[in-house]
Design a protein around this ligand. Structure first.
Ligand code: FAD
Ligand code: SF4
Ligand code: SF4
Length: 473
């Protein structure tokens, strides 16, 4: 085999030019070519102790799949990844690799770590382009399982069980399957076609996907058991937005990031005459500093905003969004107002209708400057207001992106299902809840987290459900 590539820098990811991509919803990162992928793979030292694998929540055998890339055996590489991950084209794009597998890579000590996520994406895209889907259907084993929610946890649980012969039905509240992968993460980071392909793959395994069914309203978990399902997996996510509780949050032009992104992504608000109302253009302030805030800001820009601010109460060092997304947002012209916190959203004063100031349209936001104080319980320095430093900015739209919580609907309609103080469903290490034969995983358990952790939880629960139902045979 050729000698290792000892270049300190990884192969650059080809991307659309910032000024061009800020005007369209096409994917920003274009993916490695075969040559780039093989060259990047040669940077891997095939470490015997595999520190990178320790950083991957689902323990993909990273050096083994990279070795296959070095040999030009891309399908072989895919088969190694597929043993541990059911969504490699998704995770290769959106996994926070820099804090997971790549954070442990030894090449990161004296240079840049191997581009593991980029290689994973390359392999998954290669497979999707060149390998025909297997039409082999598993033999039915006679057991029925219901899955609530079609995000990464639900899709993975459903897929793993269907491959073992279970008859699985996925119940999804929205009209399209995919969870946050379709309604939250925008097309320019994760094309919808990739998620649609995963969903089609499940349908090919005879998984039924029932959309527009809200468990807790249309049907309850108890009713699912009455319908003959022997186990239920709850992967309902954490879609309930948090608000700040400041004056002005009910003004027209104030959105939660979830609402704004759902209108844009799922309800196609980016089209010329959208059926769903959304504010386009003008000046937009996005409050928060996570991935969701970056997605909302970049979406607002693509919808035609003249100016987009990220308003975040800590500094760049504490900003929780992925570094790559922050860099992309900056390149596209998003203005980062760091160490600032909103205290009031302001409405227009209308002498003929004074109520407008509270219920009319947004005209601006009053903020206060912050400084970092002593570390909190998690070790992050606490933001502290600087007295007398209040100021106003003029904006027409405010998008609140300060986190989400699990929706209490399923808990409130299912007896024996315990939740913690944050509303997360309590489970054991197998994903079993406090109710027999009811499992849960993903954001519904952990609160807002990551695609790969949700996928991993779906896998764990599928294994446990299989063990439970096989005992019945
Ligand atoms: P979800 O993906 O939330 O899916 C839950 C599904 O359940 C939804 O489709 C919902 O409609 C459905 N549902 C809810 N209640 C019911 C009910 N009562 N009945 C029936 N169906 C129901 N993670 C990353 O790793 N990298 C990123 O870059 C990243 N970016 C993100 C950007 C945005 C805008 C958002 C919102 C999240 C992002 N995340 C990211 C987080 C990640 O997407 C989630 O952690 C992950 O999708 C959680 O998966 P899940 O299966 O638990 O739930
Ligand atoms: Fe890294 Fe995520 Fe892939 Fe695991 S799934 S190897 S953490 S990119
Ligand atoms: Fe390769 Fe880095 Fe993993 Fe070592 S730590 S095997 S160099 S990816």
């Amino acid at each position: 085999m050729a000698k290792a590539n000892m270049a300190q820098k990884r192969n650059e990811m080809p991307t659309q030019e910032p000024l061009v991509r800020a005007q369209n919803f096409d994917e920003v990162a274009l993916g490695y070519t075969e040559e780039m992928a093989m060259d990047e793979a040669m940077r891997c030292l095939d470490c015997k102790n595999m520190p990178c694998v320790e950083g991957c929540p689902v323990k993909i055998h990273i050096p083994a799949f990279i070795n296959k890339i070095k040999e030009g055996d891309f399908e072989g590489a895919y088969q190694i990844i597929a043993k541990s991950s059911s969504l490699p084209a998704v995770c290769g794009r959106v996994c926070p690799q820099e804090t997971q597998c790549e954070a442990r890579c030894v090449r990161g000590i004296k240079g840049e770590s191997v581009g593991i996520g980029r290689l994973e994406r390359f392999v998954a895209d290669w497979h999707n382009t060149f390998t025909a889907a297997s039409l082999e259907k598993p033999t039915p084993n006679g057991h029925r399982v219901a899955v609530v929610g079609s995000g990464p946890s639900g899709l993975t649980c459903a897929g793993d069980l269907a491959k073992k012969g279970y008859k699985v039905t996925v119940f999804e509240a929205l009209h399209t399957a995919g969870g946050v992968l379709v309604y939250g993460i925008p097309e320019f980071r994760l094309p919808k076609a990739i998620v649609a392909k995963e969903v089609e793959g499940l349908k090919a395994l005879d998984v039924d996907i029932e959309t527009n069914v809200v468990i807790g309203k249309t049907l309850t978990v108890d009713e699912l058991f009455g319908m003959g399902y022997e186990a239920v997996f709850i992967g309902s996510g954490a879609g309930l937005p948090n608000f700040m509780g400041i004056p002005g949050e009910s003004l027209k032009g104030v959105y939660s990031a979830n609402e704004f992104l759902t209108r844009s992504n799922l309800m196609k608000a980016y089209r010329e005459n959208p059926e769903t109302p959304i504010m386009k253009g003008g000046r937009v302030a996005v409050v928060g500093g996570g991935n969701v805030a970056m997605d909302a800001a970049r979406t607002a820009l693509r919808l035609g905003a003249q100016k987009v601010y990220i308003v975040y109460r800590r500094s760049m060092d504490e900003l929780p969004a992925r570094r790559e997304e922050v860099e992309h947002a900056m390149e596209e012209g998003i203005d980062f107002m760091l160490l600032n916190n909103p205290v009031e959203i302001l409405g227009y004063h209308n002498p003929e209708n004074p109520r407008d100031e509270k219920n009319g349209f947004v005209r601006g936001m009053r903020c206060i400057k912050m400084e970092l104080g002593e570390p909190d319980a998690k070790g992050r320095r606490r933001p502290v207001e600087i007295p007398g430093s209040e100021f106003e900015i003029e904006v027409d739209t405010v998008i609140i992106s300060i986190g989400t919580s699990p929706n209490p609907l399923i808990k409130n309609t299912t007896s024996g299902l315990d939740v913690n103080s944050h509303g997360g469903i309590i489970v054991n290490e197998d994903g079993l809840t406090t109710r027999d034969a009811v499992y849960a995983g993903g954001d519904a358990v952990t609160g807002a987290a990551t695609v790969i952790s949700a996928m991993g939880a779906g896998k764990v629960a599928a294994k446990a459900i299989d063990e439970l139902l096989q005992k019945k045979n």
